[in-house]
Design a binder for this molecule. Structure first.
Ligand SMILES: Nc1ncnc2c1ncn2[C@@H]1O[C@H](COP(=O)(O)OP(=O)(O)O)[C@@H](O)[C@H]1O
Ligand SMILES: [Mg+2]
Length: 227
């Protein structure tokens, strides 16, 4: 049985892909057989005439993962809008069974699978004759999670709202990564204390701008994957 972890965030552009890449880089450098999966990506761009899943491409290169982009991401939309709207415009709405199959395939290939979410935690994936939200996928795949929170003004509000919303849905949160963190900034230091105290969730690591590694022992990363 492979170990799994779902990466969500307080919003889009919070650094899910960036942090996921650093987590996988650390695992792979520690000789752990680890891979990446994402159910739905929007805002894909053409590279050499091929619609390319940018998140997977970035993680693959940063962490040095040997996989095709098509096995790393199940649904790739061109429009840079929520997947539910992209699917309305482009067709190809997400089927839960395909996500389950593709995720299982990743789990057969790797001992550790890191799955990146789309957007923040409240993300409509498909709203037509079927209704699927990101949280339905997390629950269907039975995943534990971590949250990426950009440090700065508003981060206490954003993190507490995200944690309470997830806890209302009984989604387990193993930790928080504070991204874009400045170690000498008094407000960001306070962010860390306040977020830990009022969410009860530990901050696993603080990641400064342009970090090329996660500044914590690999053991602290591995425990995030435990049941
Ligand atoms: N710690 C960081 N240092 C420098 N750039 C970062 C950092 N975290 C994220 N970024 C940049 O910010 C943008 C958004 O990050 P990304 O990981 O793509 O967010 P998400 O996956 O949550 O949408 C990207 O251009 C990414 O390279
Ligand atoms: Mg991303």
């Amino acid at each position: 049985m492979s170990k799994k972890l779902f990466i969500t965030a307080t919003g889009t552009d919070a650094g899910k892909t960036y942090v996921t890449a650093l987590i996988l880089k650390k695992l792979i450098q520690s000789k752990i057989n680890a891979g990446y999966y994402k159910a739905a990506l929007s805002g894909a761009e053409y590279k050499n005439n091929i619609l390319t899943a940018g998140d997977a491409d970035y993680v693959k290169k940063t962490a040095n993962i040997n996989a095709s982009l098509s096995e790393m991401v199940s649904y790739v939309y061109k429009n840079a809008v929520s997947p539910h709207l992209a699917a309305k415009i482009e067709g190809n709405p997400l089927e839960m069974q395909k996500v389950k199959n593709d995720f299982e395939m990743a789990c057969r290939k790797y001992n550790y699978v890191v799955m990146e979410g789309s957007g923040g935690i409240v993300c409509p994936i498909r709203i037509d004759e079927k209704e699927i939200w990101l949280t339905d996928i997390i629950k269907e795949l039975n995943l534990k999670t971590v949250i990426v929170v950009p440090a700065g003004l508003g981060s206490i509000n954003n993190s507490i709202l995200t944690v309470k919303y997830m806890q209302n849905l009984d989604i387990e949160i193993k930790g928080i990564f504070l991204n874009f963190y400045h170690f000498n900034n008094i407000m960001e230091k306070d962010n860390k204390l306040m977020i830990e105290k009022y969410t009860g969730i530990p901050v696993i690591a603080c990641i400064p701008p342009n970090a090329d590694e996660i500044n914590t022992d690999i053991k602290n990363i591995l425990t995030l994957f435990d049941n």
